[in-house]
Design a protein around this ligand. Structure first.
Ligand SMILES: NC(=O)c1ccc[n+]([C@@H]2O[C@H](COP(=O)([O-])OP(=O)(O)OC[C@H]3O[C@@H](n4cnc5c(N)ncnc54)[C@H](OP(=O)(O)O)[C@@H]3O)[C@@H](O)[C@H]2O)c1
Length: 251
């Protein structure tokens, strides 16, 4: 018997990287999983690998109407939602202040921060009725520490995601609802293709892998209802920012 038998999970950004691995892990534990992202084809490919437990629900999480329609569909089909993995996100190449445009900033803030608000707002009424529900947000180390690597829009958006996750616990704890925010350092996923300085295959191999974050998401999803893991940092042991500061320190 799976630990998540009978549970329904919705994973955003499920067509690749962390979201794909999380969907596979949750389905492997018995959950039925709904997969969202903007492009249908990668979602269909992930669903085919998972099998009958998976449904595809494409949409842009930065568009409140898309989010509302998907959640209404989940309610119609399953009548419940136990786990939200609000993981959709992106970054852009032209991210520094010398290149950032209003459109670029809006796309980053929309996909990372607005999306998290739209998803949480849409699922909370169902979870309140159930008196149960787990929200798991993928923020970033850039949501806890300020640096230039990820750019100002992404850094600000992810700080917002961390803050909003904590406020969910502050207000919704009385309804049995729990919100966790995961702050990964570098994870070897396609998002790294948007880095201004290209990341080699050798460097990617040393990073946290999508399955490592998926293990953590599964752990959080399986916690007993009286426990919330509020915030977690997960980084590569070979942390490139530490290694660079060791070099600067002449070590
Ligand atoms: N990899 C890292 O080093 C790292 C570190 C810290 C945090 N994160 C965060 O981890 C999360 C997952 O990213 P990843 O690393 O797994 O990269 P990824 O493979 O690029 O996955 C991101 C997914 O989000 C989807 N997405 C982007 N914008 C969307 C939108 N507006 N609506 C719906 N789906 C959208 C993308 O699919 P479509 O393009 O089809 O929409 C894609 O499948 C992101 O929030 C990212 O910021 C990653």
């Amino acid at each position: 018997m799976g630990r998540l038998d009978g549970k329904v999970a919705w994973v955003t950004g499920a067509g690749s990287g962390i979201g794909e691995a999380a969907a596979q892990a949750l389905a492997g534990a018995g959950a039925r999983v709904v997969l969202s992202g903007r492009r249908r084809a990668p979602l269909e490919a992930v669903a085919a690998r998972i099998g009958v437990a998976a449904r595809v629900a494409p949409g842009d999480m930065a568009v409140a109407g898309d989010v509302g329609a998907i959640v209404a569909g989940i309610e119609r089909e399953f009548g419940r939602l136990d786990i939200l993995v609000a993981n959709a996100g992106l970054n852009i190449l032209a991210r520094g202040w010398d290149q950032l445009t209003p459109e670029g900033a809006a796309s980053v803030i929309g996909a990372n921060l607005n999306s998290a608000f739209y998803c949480a707002s849409a699922v909370l009424p169902m979870m309140r009725r159930q008196k149960d529900g787990v929200l798991i947000h993928t923020a970033s180390l850039a949501g806890r520490f300020i640096s230039l690597l990820s750019g100002p829009a992404y850094t600000a958006a992810k700080h917002g995601v961390v803050a909003m996750s904590h406020t969910i616990n502050m207000q919704e704890c009385v309804h049995g609802i729990r919100s966790s925010v995961i702050n990964p350092g570098e994870v070897a996923t396609p998002i790294l293709d948007q880095r201004p300085v290209p990341v080699s295959a050798e460097e990617r191999a040393r990073m946290v892998q999508p399955a490592d974050v998926a293990d953590l998401i599964l752990y959080i999803a399986c916690l007993p209802p009286h426990v919330v893991l509020n915030e977690v940092l997960i980084t590569p042991t070979w942390n490139r920012s530490y290694v660079a500061s060791l070099a600067r320190a002449g070590r």
